[in-house]
Design a protein around this ligand. Structure first.
Ligand code: ZN
Length: 213
């Protein structure tokens, strides 16, 4: 019988609804989702995520979904297979011309269009770098290594800070990635057919256009 941290109604993962279990971290046990490999140490944050959750595009292996919750935090979720990495839209809200209002959804859209271009132009044996996490002291990227008609995808992070480049123009930052490291819990690369990856990105763009912006 799993221990229930938050009572009956909040004991499931905010990303995938799996039942949470305990996992040790620095000497203490915290609620953890073994499916998407995410800790949920803060019950208020978990409740907020549940309240604003949107389903990812059906049948997509790779997706990026914006779930506005009014805080600009924990509202942008990347999925690769069962893996999930949830981050903040804060820097996306700062990604706009000086004479225009903040539009985090518009920034996510521009970035996803950049993803499409990067995947479409990536040659065999080369890497398409797709950012998704803009944080104060690092950025998170998908490393997509093309092998023939498929990509081998790994999620990880680099020391390049999220404020050092804009989501809508991330291409200019790729040359500054020199310390990318895969996340330990990600595991083996996820293999996705090239056409499937392009369709997945278009599905996230489409979802963004249906009230997700
Ligand atoms: Zn989960």
């Amino acid at each position: 019988m799993a221990h229930c941290w938050y009572g009956m109604f909040m004991a499931t993962c905010g990303n995938c609804d799996s039942e949470l279990s305990g996992r040790e971290w620095r000497g203490s046990s915290y609620p953890y989702c073994p499916r998407c490999r995410v800790f949920w140490p803060n019950p208020e944050r978990l409740a907020l995520v549940h309240a604003h959750r949107r389903s990812p595009p059906p049948s997509a292996t790779v997706s990026l979904v914006y779930e506005p919750n009014g805080t600009e935090h924990r509202d942008l979720i990347l999925r690769v297979g069962t893996w999930a990495d949830r981050n903040d839209s804060y820097y996306f809200a700062l990604d706009h011309p000086a004479d225009q209002e903040p539009d985090a959804g518009g920034s996510v859209r521009a970035m996803l269009l950049g993803w499409l271009a990067a995947v479409e132009t990536c040659a065999d044996g080369e890497v398409a770098w797709l950012p998704h996490d803009f944080s104060d002291q690092h950025s998170g990227w998908l490393r997509c290594l093309r092998r023939g008609d498929a990509f081998e995808i790994v999620d990880g992070w680099a020391g390049l800070e999220g404020w050092a480049f804009y989501p809508s123009h991330f291409e200019e930052a790729v040359d500054r990635l020199d310390d990318f490291a895969p996340y330990d819990d990600f595991g083996e690369p996820e293999r996705v057919e090239r056409q499937q990856l392009l369709a997945d990105i278009r599905a996230s763009l489409s979802l963004l256009g249906r009230g997700g912006a």
